[in-house]
Design a protein around this ligand. Structure first.
Ligand code: ZN
Length: 160
């Protein structure tokens, strides 16, 4: 395993704005990428990480809101309901925090590292984390959606 460098908008904005490609096969390269992203996510105390954030334009995301790690390839939101306005940060936009409106409840469909299709029912913070990471796969950053920026002194939660 190895830590990967997390791209930031200050240096790599163009890379973070690209659309990532579908993953067709879970091969050793993807498994290594997932392991490295896991290590990187925890080293940075994040709650989520998308492959384009480490410079790999593939549709792979990791999410852990403190209830265990979820790794999904080709994640798609197949259902969404309600709305919530919560504070978000991003490992690729360090030192900035803001309020974003997201669905309160989503169902995400994707492929596990075992190559099986799965659906995850996510509410609250977990729903936010999935929406945030899936946006990364389409070159969208949460700062595109911020309603209001927040003073970082009032922030304690991990970035995505
Ligand atoms: Zn992010």
């Amino acid at each position: 395993m190895a830590l990967r460098n997390v791209l930031t908008t200050e240096v790599d904005d163009a890379s973070l704005r690209q659309k990532s490609r579908e993953i067709t096969v879970i091969d050793d390269k993807i498994l290594t990428l997932a392991e490295d992203m896991k290590e990187t996510l925890y080293a940075q105390n994040g709650v989520g990480l998308a492959a384009p954030q480490v410079g790999v334009l593939k549709r792979l995301i990791l999410v852990d809101i403190g209830e265990g790690l979820i790794t999904l390839a080709n994640p798609v939101i197949v259902y969404q309901k309600g709305s919530q306005k919560e504070m978000e940060g991003c490992l690729s936009v360090p030192g900035v925090w803001g309020i974003v409106e997201r669905p309160e409840h989503v169902i995400v469909r994707g492929m596990t590292l075992e190559g099986k299709m799965t659906e995850i029912d996510a509410k609250g913070l977990l729903a936010i984390a999935f929406c945030h990471e899936i946006d990364h796969l389409n070159g969208t950053l949460y700062t595109d959606k911020v309603i209001e920026y927040v003073n970082p002194e009032h922030v304690s939660r991990g970035g995505k």
